[in-house]
Each structure stands twice: as structure tokens, then as C-alpha cells.
Design a protein around this ligand. Structure first.
Ligand SMILES: C[S@@+](CC[C@H](N)C(=O)[O-])C[C@H]1O[C@@H](n2cnc3c(N)ncnc32)[C@H](O)[C@@H]1O
Length: 286
């Protein structure tokens, strides 16, 4: 879709990291559920931000509040917004060093603990582009623990996209937070649009892939999200959610509009398969 107004980027911004549960493949189905206009857009389970980038490309100017409990990820968004020109040379350096000895350099960067936020942002993007299956996962002590991937020529740096992302974050006056979803949306009011894309309710115990960060997102969190969505809807917000097609989610959202859609899961719980499955688009509009 064409942008509706003059925008400060030449190429439409898109996610700069691949993220487990990323919504790029569902955008066509989600589009009909996105309101045409809204005041502030809230996305508190941001991940790679596929929906935010879709909206900046297709909606009139809006303000955004973007959040995710993953602190390293959100700090990367802050760096891209404010220091993109300092980040680009660091990624160029990673690209050169990776090409000369990919595996050794990957593990060297993985073991590093840079102190500057711009260096940490470059590390997160580099690891996301070069690790196995391109997903960000940390172990119990908060350390990134994905092994090296086998890419011949990974795109470690897309300068034009990083500048477009930076421009989009500035254009939407993005408030970038790292909080629990409830805190991140506590100021939402009538006329705002809130999209919740939480870690999904598992279809089975073995499918419980919730390790985006330390700590999972259990049954109580799903219930808390359900109650909070209803509170926001009662305030007059437009509320949209995604979740898995399970009896628990149908029961929780029985008063909402629910549409099952088929999707392709790029990263499953073991990271070794791609297959079709059904998920739910859940909405309650004022
Ligand atoms: C399904 S992913 C979101 C994917 C995103 N829509 C995309 O397109 O990439 C869920 C995200 O929720 C975050 N998360 C987990 N628990 C959370 C919580 N209690 N509050 C806010 N974010 C949380 C995870 O860090 C993860 O990035």
C-alpha cells in the first residue's frame, strides 16, 4: 500500500531483526482489522515490530508507544532512533571481521559484553543476522545462547533500512519503553489503538516456546492480558490481539470477535520446521 502522506524516508521501513512470532506473514490478514485512524498506537509486545512498520507505511501520522520486556531489544530501538549514524560504522566493522573468519568471529562477539549502548545494539543486530535460524534467545542467566548459523553472505547491514527505521521512530514520536505490557499501556485512552501480540498460549506442553527472554508467559499472564484488554476496551480503545487457536484462548475471549487464520510458522519450538497452522485474530472495537 502507498503511504498516505509525505514521509521522511525514501524506502519503506521494515523490521531490522528477524523475531520469533514475527507478524510479517499475517499482515495481509491483519490489515482489515487495523483502524484507518487513531491517536496513539500502542504495541507492548513489539519484537521485530512488523505491525508498527506496516502502520507507519499505510496510516496518517500518529504517535507511538512501543515496548517489549526484552531490554536489549528496546535499547537497540533507542539507539536506532537517536544514534543511527554511530551504529552503521560498527555494523560495517562486524561485517568485515565476520567475512574473514565467520565462526570464530561469531563466538567472539557472542561472548563479548560491550558497555556502550550503541555497541550493544550492533552486537544484537549482528548476532540476529548470523545466528542459527536468526532468532534471539537467552538462557536462564540472560546470556544470548544461539549457535552460529551457516549463512554464506548474511545481510549484516542494511543502511537504507536502518535510516528509514530511525526516521519512522522519529516521525511517530515513538516513546520506547521496556516494561510489562500492562505498565506500557497504562495511559491508553479513548481513540487509541492497542495491538497485543503476546507469546502464544501453547498448543501442547512440548510446544511451550516462551523463552524470548528470561521468564515465560504463563496461564496467569494470559488471563491478566485478557482482563487488561477488556479494561482498555471499556475505556474506548480499539483493541486487537493475536494468539494461538486453543480452547483456553477461545474461552477467555468469548465476548470478542474471533477470526481463525492460517499462517506459516517460520520458527517453531525446536527451530527445525516450517509448517502451516491456525492462529486467531481477536478484536474488540469501540
Ligand atoms: C510473539 S512475540 C512478538 C512478535 C512481534 N509482533 C513481531 O512481529 O516480531 C512476543 C514478544 O513479547 C515479549 N514479552 C514477553 N513477555 C512480556 C510481557 N510480560 N510484557 C511485554 N512483553 C513481553 C517477548 O520479549 C517477545 O518479543
Amino acid at each position: 500500500m502507498e503511504p498516505l502522506q509525505t514521509v521522511p524516508w525514501t524506502k519503506p521501513p521494515r523490521p531490522f531483526v528477524k523475531w520469533a512470532g514475527g507478524k510479517s506473514q499475517l499482515l495481509d490478514r491483519l490489515e482489515q482489522y487495523f483502524p484507518k485512524n487513531f491517536d496513539t498506537y500502542y504495541e507492548p509486545f513489539l519484537g521485530g515490530g512488523a505491525v508498527f512498520f506496516h502502520l507507519v507505511n499505510t496510516r496518517p501520522k500518529f504517535n507511538a508507544v512501543l515496548s517489549d520486556v526484552n531490554k536489549e531489544l528496546m535499547s537497540t530501538y533507542v539507539v536506532i532512533k537517536n544514534e543511527v549514524e554511530d551504529l552503521i560504522p560498527l555494523l560495517k566493522e562486524h561485517r568485515v571481521k565476520y567475512r574473514s573468519d565467520p565462526k570464530t568471529y561469531f563466538y567472539k562477539v557472542r561472548a563479548s559484553e560491550p558497555s556502550l549502548s550503541v555497541e550493544r545494539a550492533a552486537r544484537l543486530i549482528f548476532l540476529n543476522k548470523t545466528c542459527f535460524n536468526g532468532l534471539y534467545r537467552v538462557n536462564k542467566s540472560g546470556k544470548f545462547n544461539v549457535p552460529c548459523g551457516w549463512f554464506l553472505n548474511p545481510s549484516i547491514l542494511d543502511e537504507e533500512n536502518l535510516r528509514s527505521v530511525s526516521a519512522a521512530l522519529c516521525w511517530s514520536n515513538a516513546k520506547i519503553l521496556s516494561q510489562d505490557f500492562q505498565d506500557a499501556t497504562k495511559n491508553a485512552k479513548k481513540g487509541d489503538f492497542v495491538y497485543f501480540d503476546p507469546p502464544y498460549n501453547p498448543k501442547s506442553v512440548t510446544a511451550s516456546f516462551t523463552s524470548y527472554t528470561e521468564g515465560g508467559f504463563g496461564k496467569e499472564d494470559q488471563e491478566r492480558l485478557n482482563q487488561w484488554s477488556t479494561e482498555l476496551s471499556n475505556r474506548g480503545c480499539d483493541v486487537l490481539l493475536s494468539n494461538s487457536d486453543t480452547p483456553e484462548i477461545h474461552a477467555l475471549y468469548k465476548d470478542y470477535h474471533i477470526e481463525p487464520v492460517s499462517a506459516m510458522r517460520a520458527i517453531n519450538c525446536k527451530g527445525n520446521g516450517r509448517r502451516g497452522h491456525t492462529e486467531l485474530i481477536i478484536s474488540k472495537y469501540s
